[in-house]
Design a protein. Structure first.
Length: 230
């Protein structure tokens, strides 16, 4: 299993090379724009990483205040996006967000890690973050949670039992709707695909990229969302 904490702290540039190849057809930004009015929206984003979702939100006309635990990841976001957003180093679990202050709240590919990092406490830890994001929304605001539904898979499905339980929790306890998006990675070469996929997902998937001669690597993304009553 990859050491994601170490990757986020020490390999931010390599991580960015991976994620900039994802969703080459632009399915995620189309879904975000369809589900929420982003032009002029005030967005709070947690776990912003190197800013891949931040860029989509900014390009749609939103203003973004983002929070990221890893200074290295935030530094890459600042290099790529300059002063277009307001960024802060912060642990989402310790973050205090003003209530009713945002039109959109986003957590992209962050809360799923809690299933591994916090063991039996995952539901309590995730629930606390979802609650603060929900409370940060103004009436009519939209919550988005973005997670993986499988890399190298031909159909969307949770990669493991822990994530399956987490996704059921979002849909059950929080009544979030789910969109399933095809967000394949596309690399400049098969060798580039092998390097990036192996770096983040491990040797088994790297070998599959080699065996399948994948320059375009299948990826599925889950977009969970809910809108507050006006």
């Amino acid at each position: 299993m990859s050491d994601f904490r170490r990757i986020y702290e020490d390999e931010a540039e390599r991580y960015q090379r991976l994620v900039e190849a994802e969703d080459h057809r632009g399915e995620l930004p189309r879904a975000l724009r369809r589900l929420a009015a982003l032009d002029g929206a005030r967005v709070v984003e947690v776990g912003m990483g190197t800013g891949r979702v931040t860029r989509l939100l900014l390009d749609a006309g939103a203003s973004v205040v983002g929070y990221e635990r890893s200074p290295a990841m935030l530094a890459v976001a600042r290099r790529l996006l300059g002063t277009r957003f307001e960024g802060h180093v912060a642990d989402v679990r310790e973050l205090v967000l003003p209530e009713a202050s945002a039109d959109v709240a986003v957590a992209g590919w962050v809360l799923g890690h809690f299933c591994e990092w916090y063991g039996e406490d995952w539901q309590r830890e995730i629930g606390a973050v979802v609650e603060k994001l929900w409370n940060a929304l103004r009436p009519g605001g939209t919550l988005f949670i973005i997670e993986t539904l499988g890399t190298g898979a031909q159909r969307p499905h949770p990669p493991n039992a822990e994530l399956a339980a987490y996704y059921r929790y979002l849909e059950g306890s929080w009544a979030l709707a789910r969109e399933e998006l095809s967000t394949d990675y596309h690399f400049e070469s098969i060798d580039a695909a092998r390097e990036s996929i192996g770096f983040f997902f491990g040797s088994e998937l790297e070998q599959r990229v080699r065996d399948e001669h994948w320059q375009t690597v299948p990826e599925w993304t889950g977009l969970w969302w809910r809108r507050r009553a006006s």
